[in-house]
Design a protein around this ligand. Structure first.
Ligand SMILES: O=P(O)(O)OC[C@H]1O[C@H](O[C@H]2O[C@H](CO)[C@@H](O)[C@H](O)[C@H]2O)[C@H](O)[C@@H](O)[C@@H]1O
Length: 421
């Protein structure tokens, strides 16, 4: 099959159209609307025209999106881990009126959860592990792993990550959980004999020999993703700090460690110029060397990263681009995201269409918004945004950082233990 062609291919359709009219804050209570039903028989075709790819890297929206893709710190911690108040803390507190802390609203959440079965969905990077410069070192703490293990004993729990499923499993390393990698395009979920399997779903066994369902709606894109990964590795190899990560059904191009832009006439190159001049070379030669250094370093910034990605994916109309935290994500254009993965997992767990189920999704990134939206618009459950900076979200509540996520998970366990007693 020619994966670069525009030929249409069957993929799963949107589980159910969601009525916008339900999007009112008061609809949170009570959760009376039925959950969207996942229908395995729905098929649609991949759009011929790609969406989401910016036509011109020079367009300011491209760089603006890159700049805004990682929240700035609103407060700093001193060496005693005390919060040092800043002006932006005021902005954060104002923002929290709209997105109250899930910790201070814990009683409200658990009051609503009484008599209901909670299902937990957790993002990985920035939610369970702190954001770090090197994506290969984004380990979760021992305490966090213990908290996740405990919470999974009391509530069905799934991790939904942009990483490949194997990689996120490698980080979390817990067996009692369900895992969805590649932004939900690679799901290993439980088997329910009573439900029909959608196309692209195969039955398999997990590492413990337990029967599982493997759902990979973008499986036909594997060769294309590998090809694009290799091209991106090649085209970005000269860019200092750029890193390309293969997440199986999508590719991440990281620019966290790339200079945003280079100040061309100040700083290190002028010192270099001075050294050259002092060493007795002609002024002409010194300027020439400075010009070369400047030209080279100038091409080592975010815009260059954007240009490389653009130049590669322009040849693949069936791929699109999305933005994460200092990362450009290249993914298939199929109608599938973390929100669809959440719906799929609820269905697989036998938890959709039940008034006594309360799904809670905790995540920090733009791709998590798809899941927040499913919960909010379907009037199904709570989205909790992890952010230390104010930003618009479809979540209902907020938590500042992974530390607070851990406190929230522990509180859920304590609440469950005491409510059982
Ligand atoms: O859905 P997630 O589990 O949140 O994964 C989203 C991306 O997370 C990772 O990148 C982010 O975290 C890195 C480690 O802290 C950080 O260096 C990077 O700047 C962040 O964007 C992961 O490496 C990506 O592949 C995921 O798509």
């Amino acid at each position: 099959m020619d994966l670069k062609s525009n030929h249409t291919a069957p993929v799963l359709a949107d589980p159910a159209p969601i009525s916008k009219s339900r999007l009112v804050a008061s609809s949170l209570f009570p959760y009376s609307s039925p959950a969207p039903v996942f229908s395995p028989n729905l098929l649609l075709t991949v759009p011929r025209k790609k969406t989401g790819i910016l036509d011109d890297v020079r367009a300011s929206s491209w760089l603006d999106a890159m700049k805004s893709s990682s929240p700035r710190q609103t407060s700093t911690r001193d060496y005693n881990h005390e919060i040092v108040s800043t002006d932006t803390d005021v902005a954060y507190r104002t923002w929290m009126v709209k997105y109250p802390s899930a910790l201070s609203s814990f009683e409200q959440i658990t009051n609503f959860a009484k008599g209901k079965r909670i299902a937990l969905f957790l993002d990985y990077d920035g939610t369970l592990s702190p954001i770090v410069d090197n994506p290969d070192f984004a380990f979760m703490s021992i305490d966090m792993r213990a908290a996740v293990a405990k919470v999974a004993k009391y509530f069905p729990t799934a991790i939904i990550s942009g990483r490949s499923r194997d990689k996120v499993y490698g980080f979390v390393g817990l067996t009692d959980l369900y895992y969805a990698g590649s932004h939900g395009m690679d799901i290993m979920g439980p088997v329910r004999e009573s439900s029909d399997d959608p196309p692209n779903c195969i039955r398999s066994t997990d590492k413990q020999g337990k029967g599982v369902k493997l759902f990979q709606p973008a499986s036909e894109f594997l060769p294309m993703i590998d090809e694009v990964f290799n091209s991106l590795v090649n085209s970005t190899k000269e860019i200092k700090g750029a890193k390309v990560e293969n997440n199986k059904f999508c590719v991440s191009v990281h620019y966290r460690n790339v200079d945003e832009k280079v100040d061309t006439f100040l700083g290190i190159r002028n010192i270099y110029l001075l050294e050259v001049m002092l060493s007795g070379m002609s002024i002409f030669l010194a300027y020439f060397i400075n010009f070369c250094a400047h030209s080279y370093i100038c091409f080592q910034n975010w815009k260059t990263v954007a240009q490389c990605v653009h130049d590669v994916i322009r040849n693949y109309p069936r791929l699109r681009l999305s933005h994460g935290r200092k990362v450009l994500e290249v993914r298939p254009v199929i109608n599938w995201d973390k929100g669809k993965a959440l719906t799929f997992l609820l269905e697989s767990l036998g938890l959709s269409n039940h008034d006594d189920v309360l799904p809670i999704y905790v995540g920090d990134d733009r791709t998590d918004e798809d899941a927040f939206k499913v919960l909010r618009e379907g009037n199904l459950g709570y989205g909790i945004l992890v952010s230390s900076a104010p930003k618009e979200s479809n979540a209902f509540f907020s938590l500042r950082d992974p530390q607070e996520v851990m406190e929230f998970l522990k509180s859920l366990v304590n609440w469950k233990k005491t409510s059982v007693l």
